[in-house]
Design a protein around this ligand. Sequence first.
Ligand code: NAD
Length: 270
Amino acid sequence: MPARLQHKVALITGSGSGIGLESTLLFASEGAHVLATDINLQAAESAAALVSQRYPDVKVKAIKVDVGKEADIKAAVDVAVKEFGRLDIMFNNAGIMHPEDDNALNTEEKIWDLTMQINLKGVWWGCKYAILAMRENKKDESKGLKQGGSIINTASFVAILGAATPQLAYTASKGAVLAMTRELAMVHAREGIRVNSICPGPLKTPLLMEFLNTPEKKERRMVHLPMGRFGEAIEIARGALFLASDDSTYVTGTDFMVDGGLTAAYVTPV
Ligand code: NAD
């Protein structure tokens, strides 16, 4: 099977762990040149080192990017275009779930603002600078490259389902990512720029496992999971690969659920 991202250039945020790390490796395995970015530079560099070791034919670079800073995102897109020639795929994946994020009464404004800064504004800025770069992409039939590009924004199942274990700012930020993504998809559809959300279910990544740090907390969720297990980051990366590749050329504005059936559930198997 030919590589699905051959000659394409991808920028991934939150490359140092979980979904971002698995996507960095998977996209590179499919032939993409990857700019691996993270607020934790060391983690991004480790991801890039793994890529170089496993896939020596692709170009990879790691840089520090705090998605809560517009200037960082602009600079990262500039680096991708300068070093790799274009930007075909923007995966706005980085996000936080703050331990002090709670219900309407207990969540402090500073936690709300920080969550929105990273999870929502960060995605907006990622879309903004990706769109500007993707508008410059020229079709290159010899390499199978198209005009436009694919933007993937990581939302969450909590954008669709209410939880009695609240993280109000996180949930609101992810709901806004879905709404914003749909509108961007409409505005840019005729420019060949596809914009989709991916909605992971609960995963075995540090983000959730550090939060569900007791068997009781895990069990409180497990009963609602139709498959009886948390998801793996690689299972989300495979969904992102579909949205990134030309396998999804007629897919835009979608809320792509990769949640083990969670949002389809009423009564789950025992
Ligand atoms: P993770 O904690 O394993 O990885 C997140 C990465 O993002 C880390 O490397 C971290 O350093 C980086 N990061 C944090 N703040 C950043 C910032 N300001 N700028 C740049 N990088 C930053 O998390 P994950 O589970 O892979 O989550 C990735 C995305 O998936 C997030 O948007 C998260 O909300 C979403 N998500 C996760 C789950 C889950 O259960 N894990 C479920 C639904 C959605």
